[in-house]
Design a protein around this ligand. Structure first.
Ligand SMILES: [Zn+2]
Length: 289
């Protein structure tokens, strides 16, 4: 009886302790898992991906923060949450920095990471191209048949590519409702020249972020992307393609929820992984009553 009570007490105490303080992993080990999912060779050559900040003092990675964009608000959240590693989908360092001062928000972010010993990793286009990545997540807003990359790439036996195209069977208004449910935000819509909300949608092409260059020339009833220029929307309209725009980062951010579970499993629960609550698209649609 006493043994059993003691056993129970010890067991509960251990569980509480382990949920408060994850075991942690070495930074290089976490990076290895990240690159197993999305090898950096998949990233576009113009991109700036991988480990962007490696702290001088080594400490175990116990708390990881996922964000689409590393703004100053998100940076403060990372400090408040005692994060050891930030995974920012968009690279916070892109154009080369010539100094690290307090005059510019990007330099201030780098300065805080260095000062607080927080590592920074950015996967960007490696996540776009990889199977099971950002574009597959965006495409899964609709029922998909025969999904293919728009620009296939085969790298060392791995198969991926930019954008996704597939067939479906919906009306345009059903497609809009599904995209809205999937991304959880207001959707901007341009209807193709000969389209109405009842128009059947069969061929769809999607590209997360700014999709115009990947979607250009695709023969589809519907494009889904984050943002396109006025002239690219006009071109789409004139080829009888409808366009759903949901603002750049809204077409990407939802993937973080899927990735959170994936990373937790691949790290076997050794790290706590949280999604930023401060990370938001900088544009908000004002809906009139
Ligand atoms: Zn983007």
């Amino acid at each position: 009886m006493i043994t059993s009570l003691l056993g129970t007490t010890v067991s509960l105490g251990f569980k509480r302790a382990s949920s408060k303080m994850p075991r942690g992993r070495a930074l290089q080990n976490v990076v290895l898992e990240l690159e197993k999912f999305a090898p950096l060779k998949f990233a576009e050559t113009w991109d700036n991906v991988g480990l962007l900040i490696e702290p001088h003092k080594i400490r175990p990675i116990r708390n990881i923060l996922l964000t689409n964009d590393l703004t100053e608000r998100v940076m403060q959240e990372a400090v408040d949450e005692s994060v050891d590693l930030i995974i920012s989908y968009h690279p916070p360092i892109f154009a080369p920095l010539k100094r690290i001062t307090q005059q510019n928000w990007k330099e201030r972010i780098v300065s805080i990471c260095l000062g607080e010993g927080i590592a920074l990793y950015s996967p960007h286009t490696a996540w776009d191209v990889v199977p099971g990545g950002v574009n597959d997540w965006l495409a899964s807003a609709l029922p998909c048949v025969d999904m293919q990359p728009i620009q296939p790439s085969v790298l060392g036996g791995d198969f991926g590519g930019a954008g996704r195209t597939f067939t479906t069977s919906l009306t345009l208004s059903e497609a809009i409702a599904r995209v809205q449910r999937h991304i959880g935000h207001d959707v901007h819509l341009a209807i193709g020249v000969n389209h109405s909300l009842d128009t059947p949608i069969t061929v769809v092409a999607v590209c997360a972020g700014s999709g115009a260059s990947v979607l250009k020339g695709c023969e589809a009833d519907l494009f889904i992307t984050g943002e396109m220029s006025h002239h690219d929307v006009l071109d789409a309209n004139h080829q009888n393609t409808s366009v759903i725009l949901c603002n750049h980062s809204n077409s990407e951010r939802g993937f973080l929820r899927k990735f959170q579970n994936k990373l937790y499993d691949s790290l076997k629960g050794d790290c706590e992984i949280i999604i930023s609550e401060k990370d938001k698209d900088p544009l908000k649609t004002q809906v009139k009553d």
